[in-house]
Every structure is written in structure tokens, then in C-alpha cells.
Design a protein around this ligand. Structure first.
Ligand code: AMP
Ligand code: MG
Length: 390
């Protein structure tokens, strides 16, 4: 059995970012850029009208003769003389010979003669070539997480393929002969299976969508066969249950027989003592305790950093803050603890329903309070470490 700190440093030592892949830009939301992207064009690519109105070649009085029209998308193949104007619309290319656009609300037109209410400034209402970004300059740096606005910025510059860090492919393996799918009648001695949803929904919350759920009864051979297959096919395997010391807990034995390297097994913590972390070839295996609150806590503290790091996200761990606890707290036992808690501007409160079997405890929680091992009592108003839940 190792301490929480030792387990965390082993996780840190196994952080490995995946090799980048090229994806079509429409598939890149929430991916991280694997190389700098430079603008392929000037944006805007031509002097562009910012208004619906008239492009003019300014002269000394306020009447102009109208000589044509340029719509958005037209190539401006006419040349204005001093005192001439052309009808123009937002986004249309302004002819080189024009030196201002007057908005239509500030004009009147009669018999093809435009009268303007006031003389515009030079280049008024014209977006300069490359005003937003110049061709060949840095648009986004390597390491940027791609949001909708950033993707559309790159699309506006003509990018259509991006080099990004891939998302992990994950298998969720749910073990237990007592498990019944929700939506079917519950027989005596059975419970509804909820950890597959717990883990798959948590992955989706992390924008990881390439996962497959497998279910297996507490039977040695089926467990080994399934684990062999999913280790071969995935970057991460998240097992639920069957990793404890009961006679029907077969996951540990199967992983051992499959020659999975054990990086650690069992942590001096509550909940989640029987967590197993191992590696076979390039696949990481987290065998999480079946108790739902333990499974989720172990996922957040130990599996999440490696999953996030795989796709090179900047923040790999959940955010941590220090806050004052709002009440006295007597700690049960000597193991380190991750306690469901509610953090607010008044401080942090440790909630009820702390049993590892009760996912209920997370319902009102927005944080976990970390209590180091061998702590027996925390006095109201003392500082504690608070891990914020996503
Ligand atoms: P185990 O780790 O397999 O000994 O399971 C510990 C506890 O968690 C037992 O009470 C199981 O019934 C329960 N459990 C295991 N897997 C699941 C699951 N997928 N959904 C809900 N409860 C589970
Ligand atoms: Mg079990």
C-alpha cells in the first residue's frame, strides 16, 4: 500500500502525450493544436466596405456622380475619377481608386447624383487589407485549445486541416454478476448497474467520446478474455469492480496473468483504497473499485490527469484552492480522505453521505476536501485543501 503522494507522483511519471494527428477542421472542437498555425492570407484579403452605402473618390464639394455598383463577392474592376461614386455593400471590395465609404443613411440620391451630408475622413468605413491579421503571421500557437471562435478564425484564414493531439480511445469494463441494466425488472439480490453511466458521462464531460462499454460477469475466464481484447484495442482501460480481495474479484488475477505491469495497487486513502494502476504495452489500465463514490473519486484524482495529458491539455488535474472549513470535523480512521464537500464564498463544508457505496454524496457536492493521513481533528476555520469538481 502506498500513500496518496506516492500514487500521485507515479501518475505524474507516467504522463505521456500522444503523437499528433491531422484532422479536418470540422472535427477539431476541443482538441489542442500540435503546431503553430500561420495565416495563409491577409484578413480581410482586400480593402473591404464596412457599410452599405457609397464608395467615393473624395473631392471638394458634396455631390458625386454615380457610376456603378459593387456587391459582396464582386471583383471591383472599375476605376473612379475624382468626384465619382459607386454603390457598395457591406463586405464588398472597395476599388483602389475610392478613398472613403459613406453610409447610405447619410446620403440622398437623385437622378444618379449622390449628395453626402458631411465630408468623410480619408479611408472612413473601409476595413484595411490585413487589418485583422497579415498573411504569414502567427494566427494561433501550438498548445491552444480549439474553441468554436478559434476554429472559425482559422477557417476564415483558409485552414482546413489541423495538426492536433488525438483524444484517447477508452474501454469501460463493468464487472459484477449482481448488475442489472436500468429499465429491466430488478430480481432479488441484484442491483441496477450505474458505473458505466458514471464513467461514460464523466468522459463525455471531458469531451472524450471514443469509448466503448463492456460488461462481464464475475467469472475468471470471461474477465481475462475481455481484458486481453480491450487492452489490445484501447489507449485506456477503466475497469469497474472486481479489484478487491473477495473470492469473486478476478480483475487483479486476470491483469497479472496478462502480464500487465503493476505501477501501484492499493492506496492509503478513503474512499478508493483498492485502486489498481498498471500498463501493458502502451495501454494504461485503471481498475477502479466498484463502489460508485470510490470509482468516481479515483477517476478524478488519478485517471483524469493522464487522460487529459494524452491530448496535451494544459490543466490536467482538477483545480485546487485553500479554504477555511466552516465547522469542526472529527476524522474517522488514519487514512488520507477525499470528502464530498460544498465550497462557497463563506468557506467549505463537509457533507453527509460519505460512504464509498453512496454516489448520493456527490449530489450536493461541488468539491472534495483532501485530508492528509493521520489527521484526527480539524477545527472550524482551519485552512483545508479543496479540490473543485468539474
Ligand atoms: P466490487 O468492487 O466489485 O467489490 O463492488 C463493490 C460494490 O460496488 C458492490 O456493492 C457492488 O455491487 C457495487 N458495484 C460494483 N459495480 C457496480 C456498478 N457497475 N454499478 C453499481 N454498483 C456497482
Ligand atoms: Mg464485484
Amino acid at each position: 500500500m502506498i500513500s496518496v503522494d506516492e500514487a500521485l507522483s507515479k501518475i505524474e511519471a507516467h504522463k505521456q502525450t500522444s503523437d499528433p494527428i491531422t484532422l479536418h477542421i470540422t472535427k477539431c472542437l476541443h482538441y489542442v493544436l500540435a503546431k503553430n498555425v500561420y495565416a495563409l492570407i491577409n484578413m480581410p484579403p482586400f480593402r473591404q466596405s464596412a457599410m452599405d452605402g457609397y464608395a467615393i473618390f473624395i473631392h471638394e464639394n458634396d455631390t458625386y456622380s454615380l457610376v456603378g455598383e459593387i456587391k459582396a463577392g464582386d471583383a471591383p474592376n472599375l476605376s473612379l475619377q475624382k468626384g465619382e461614386a459607386v454603390r457598395i455593400f457591406t463586405g464588398a471590395a472597395v476599388p483602389n481608386s475610392a478613398n472613403a465609404v459613406v453610409m447610405q443613411e447619410k446620403t440622398t440620391v437623385k437622378n444618379n447624383i449622390l449628395t453626402i451630408n458631411e465630408t468623410p475622413k480619408n479611408e472612413q468605413n473601409i476595413r484595411p487589407l490585413g487589418e485583422q491579421i497579415k498573411k504569414g503571421t502567427l494566427a494561433l500557437t501550438k498548445g491552444t485549445a480549439l474553441t468554436p471562435s478559434k476554429l472559425s478564425f482559422l477557417a476564415s484564414l483558409g485552414s482546413n486541416q489541423l495538426l492536433v493531439y488525438p483524444k484517447p480511445k477508452v474501454a469501460i469494463v463493468v464487472t459484477g454478476s449482481e448488475l442489472t441494466p436500468p429499465g429491466t425488472p430488478l430480481e432479488e439480490g441484484k442491483i441496477y448497474e450505474s458505473n458505466s453511466l458514471l464513467l461514460s458521462a464523466t468522459l463525455q464531460n471531458e469531451q472524450i467520446n471514443d469509448f466503448t462499454i463492456y460488461k462481464v460477469k464475475d467469472d475468471y475466464q470471461s474477465t481475462e478474455d475481455l481484458l486481453k481484447k480491450v487492452i489490445d484495442e484501447n489507449d485506456f482501460v477503466l475497469v469497474s469492480g472486481g479489484i478487491s480481495v473477495g473470492d469473486y474479484d478476478f480483475v487483479g488475477k486476470a491483469l497479472k496473468n496478462l502480464e500487465t505491469e503493476e505501477i501501484f495497487y492499493k492506496i492509503k486513502q478513503k474512499p478508493g483504497k483498492p485502486l489498481f494502476f498498471g500498463k501493458k504495452n502502451t495501454t494504461y489500465v485503471f481498475a477502479l473499485p466498484g463502489n460508485p463514490a470510490s470509482a468516481l473519486t479515483c477517476f478524478y484524482i488519478y485517471a483524469l490527469p493522464l487522460l487529459r495529458n494524452f491530448s496535451n491539455q494544459k490543466q490536467t488535474h482538477l483545480s485546487k484552492i485553500t479554504q477555511k472549513i466552516t465547522h469542526d470535523y472529527h476524522v474517522k480512521g488514519i487514512r488520507a480522505q477525499f470528502l464530498k464537500a460544498k465550497s462557497s464564498k463563506n468557506g467549505v463544508e463537509i457533507l453527509g453521505f460519505q460512504s464509498s457505496a453512496m454516489i448520493h454524496g456527490f449530489n450536493n457536492a461541488n468539491a472534495l476536501v483532501f485530508i492528509p493521513e493521520n489527521t484526527s481533528f480539524i477545527k472550524s476555520n482551519e485552512d483545508v485543501e479543496v479540490i473543485l469538481l468539474p
